[in-house]
Design a protein around this ligand. Structure first.
Ligand SMILES: [Zn+2]
Length: 354
């Protein structure tokens, strides 16, 4: 497929999914069948997801169309794929937020959502946002895992489609446990060419969790958490909680959004903790429901949930960028964290692993 066709195909797929999420209510059978409250796994396939090449074609195409956007290569994966940074920097003195997706290769709807967000920024309808905030996006950090191009077998993974997708990078390392040692090339690229190069105030690290977590007896559409290491500056933790408040208020109020508090550890090898401590950046973990592929039942989620989960990402990125741009994030009420219940897992799922 040539570049133009690939771009069109990617745009068509992303656009269709977003439109599906925004359109009138789906027929009842579908809404009950595999919508936000669907209690099964459905048809699990990777065939509708953008490949790495389609992502790159999309980004290059948007770069030529969007004057405000810059595209930079920050390094290469183990297998030699370029890792990209999308930049909207209007004024370095303005606050800056970084959105990071797919440290874990089998958690792709966050990247699909980031693509839709980039496309939306190019429409000009969000000009006010870009005037008030600098936006950095690193999509699909773990491109090798996302393409199943790894040095270990994926034979027991569940998804149908043209490829399997795995949490780990090509060397079977969990990138979200490498933020202190920074041994892997993907982690090095992020820290050397993004974290140390830009004056970043906020970061949202976007992931997917299993399918069977609930709050108040209802399956969640996702879960959130701020830095929980005792070494994080309390002021940074408070800013992180404000970031979480903006996300919660905008997502949980939709018909399909239902968020729980994530159960997370205090290790600084995890970006949520390590980046808060090392750079003084306010961080938020956002875990969307259900992975694109997995070897365990209870983790992977069928494609008919894609629409609302992609929209959940778009809502999250748009709302947080807007709240930083207009300064309203400083007034966000963090007291909801005290009453937000920790999500619990129904049988068949182990503890989630950000
Ligand atoms: Zn993850």
């Amino acid at each position: 497929m040539n570049k133009t066709l690939a771009t069109l195909r990617t745009a068509a797929v992303s656009g269709a999914l977003v439109l599906a999420a925004l359109a009138a209510p789906a027929p009842l059978a579908q809404a009950v069948g595999e919508g936000p409250n669907y209690d099964g796994n459905g048809q699990i396939t990777t065939s509708k997801l953008a490949t790495y090449d389609e992502l790159v074609s999309f980004l290059k195409d948007q770069d030529t169309r969007q004057p405000a956007m810059d595209l930079e290569v920050i390094g290469k994966t183990v297998k030699g794929r370029d890792i990209h940074l999308v930049k909207y920097i209007s004024d370095p003195a303005k606050p800056t937020i970084l959105y990071l997706t797919q440290q874990h290769g089998n958690e792709q709807l966050t990247t699909e959502g980031a693509m839709a967000f980039v496309k939306h920024l190019g429409t000009g309808k969000s000009g006010d946002i870009l005037d008030g905030v600098n936006i950095l996006i690193v999509p699909m950090l773990n491109a090798d895992g996302a393409m199943g191009d790894v040095n270990f077998p994926l034979d027991d993974y569940l998804a149908k489609g043209d490829r399997h997708m795995t949490r780990y990078n090509a060397e079977e390392v969990d990138l979200n446990r490498d933020h202190v040692a920074k041994i892997q090339p993907e982690t090095q690229a992020l820290h050397t060419n993004v974290m140390r190069k830009y004056n970043i105030d906020y970061m949202i690290d976007l992931h997917h969790q299993g399918t069977r977590s609930e709050r108040d007896g209802k399956l969640v559409s996702g879960s959130i958490l701020y830095p929980t290491t005792p070494n994080a500056d309390p002021a940074v933790v408070e800013m992180s909680k404000q970031l979480g408040a903006v996300v919660f208020n905008n997502v949980d109020s939709t018909g399909w959004g239902h968020l729980g508090k994530y159960v997370g550890g205090s290790a600084e090898t995890i970006s949520r903790n390590g980046i808060a401590v090392e750079y003084g950046i306010a961080t938020l973990l956002f875990e969307m429901r259900g992975m694109s592929d997995h070897y365990l039942d209870g983790y992977a989620l069928g494609l008919r949930s894609n629409g609302y989960l992609i929209q959940q990402t778009v809502t999250t990125l748009t709302a947080t960028a807007a709240a930083i741009a207009d300064g309203s994030i400083a007034d966000a009420d963090t007291s909801f964290w005290d009453s937000l219940d920790t999500q619990t897992s129904r049988p068949g799922e182990e503890a989630d692993d950000e």
